[in-house]
Design a protein around this ligand. Structure first.
Ligand SMILES: NC(=O)c1ccc[n+]([C@@H]2O[C@H](COP(=O)([O-])OP(=O)(O)OC[C@H]3O[C@@H](n4cnc5c(N)ncnc54)[C@H](O)[C@@H]3O)[C@@H](O)[C@H]2O)c1
Ligand SMILES: [Zn+2]
Length: 351
């Protein structure tokens, strides 16, 4: 098991990572007054585990599975149930599920009585490598993702690969999208990914998760609130990925991150920022997880990149693109230039 500590000005998270982490740490939650938030899928699969491990003695809120549950209405209903159950400040909130549950339960824990103890138990690969660590909590509002949120560090994060066994392949691909993103940011992770016989193997994923968390912890400790620009690097591939996700839909977030990374790597190549073997190695990794389509209607999709929060005030589209092993670069482009690169990349994929 790997123990990782995240220390920031606002809090400290103890992250317990690896096989057996759940068994070891969930039993410590027995006897602690706790309120559990989970979703219908996770509850159906892990009901017995929840009740035998930490009972949810102070209450349990089960939301319908999926992003559509990450709403202000559900946030208020969690808080309402906590109030009805008479939750006091000595109670712990346990977020047991994927990133949706982690984000909404984290925000409820932050707001209720100005903050309760929070334990994140991420059950998707994406939540394990990304969303459960770093203290970002949020709900979507008026169709804007994560419009209402706060930074609130969990006290404990329990990351156990045991939960990956029940994950559908699409959710594994989604997590791999973020893992390959870490690979583009961290030379050590890139080497492990490139050398792996099978990146879908659950033992491999269990191991690489700790590396990804370590990378994220290093970034968050230096730039918790995204003020110096460092935390922005965790958005590598996301400008184009998000725009495509909004426009084309149907694939998972992580798959779009990979597709965005592919298109942005193409731009970095055309701008002469990338050379040698690296781009073909990274493209091979991306294509081992997702088919990169030669998108049509790319002009309409590209317009959505104008909404990206990284963009500069002069309206330029801002990308964090991979350039060499463990290195990325910020690229700023006018919209027409950005669109022309995306079209060229789509054309190159038709061949
Ligand atoms: N806070 C952050 O820093 C941060 C970072 C990245 C993403 N996010 C947020 O995370 C969310 C996406 O998270 P996600 O991809 O985990 O989605 P999710 O929580 O919707 O989970 C995906 C699906 O997997 C199911 N599931 C969860 N665990 C399972 C298991 N062990 N076995 C079988 N099925 C299981 C869920 O019921 C759901 O249907 C988005 O809302 C995104 O904004 C937050
Ligand atoms: Zn992401």
């Amino acid at each position: 098991m790997t123990e990782i500590i995240l220390n920031t000005q606002t809090g400290k998270s103890n992250i317990h990572c690896g096989e057996g982490a759940f068994k070891e740490y969930a039993r410590k939650l027995k006897g602690v007054k706790n309120f559990v938030v989970t979703d219908t899928n996770v509850f159906a699969l892990y009901k017995d585990v929840i009740f035998s491990a930490f009972s949810g003695d102070a209450g349990i809120k089960i939301l319908p599975a999926g992003e559509r549950s990450k709403t202000y209405g559900n946030l208020i209903s969690i808080i309402g149930e906590m109030a009805r159950a008479g939750i006091t400040r000595d109670c712990t909130v346990i977020a047991f599920g994927g990133g949706v549950i982690g984000d909404i339960a984290g925000l409820a824990a932050c707001l209720y009585m100005r903050g309760l103890r929070l334990v994140q138990i991420p059950t998707t690969l994406l939540a394990q490598v990304d969303s459960s660590v770093g203290g970002k909590t949020a709900v979507d509002f008026k169709k804007v993702k994560n419009l209402i949120g706060a930074f609130y560090q969990p006290d404990e994060v329990i990351v156990d690969p045991i939960f990956l066994k029940t994950l559908p392949p699409r959710e594994i691909r989604c997590g791999l999208g973020e893992i390959i993103k870490y690979g583009a940011l961290d030379g050590g992770i890139y080497k492990k990914l490139s050398a792996a016989e099978d990146i879908f193997n659950l033992n491999f994923l269990g191991d690489i998760t700790a590396d990804c968390i370590r990378h994220k912890v290093g970034v968050v400790e230096k730039d918790e609130r995204e003020t110096t620009g460092l935390r922005k690097t965790l958005n590598l591939g996301h400008t184009t990925g998000h725009a495509f996700e909004l426009y084309y839909k149907r694939k998972s977030h992580g798959e779009f991150v990979l597709i965005g990374m592919y298109y942005e790597l193409f731009i970095a190549e055309k701008k002469g920022l990338v050379s040698g073997e690296y781009p073909s190695g990274l493209k091979k990794l991306i294509k081992s997880v997702v088919n990169v389509p030669p998108y049509k209607d790319i002009g309409e999709a590209a317009k959505l990149a104008k909404l990206d929060k990284k963009n500069s005030t002069d309206g330029k589209i801002t990308l964090i693109a991979p350039v060499s092993e463990g290195e990325c670069a910020e690229i700023r482009l006018g919209f027409e230039e950005y669109l022309s690169y995306l079209s060229d990349c789509a054309k190159s994929l038709e061949k």
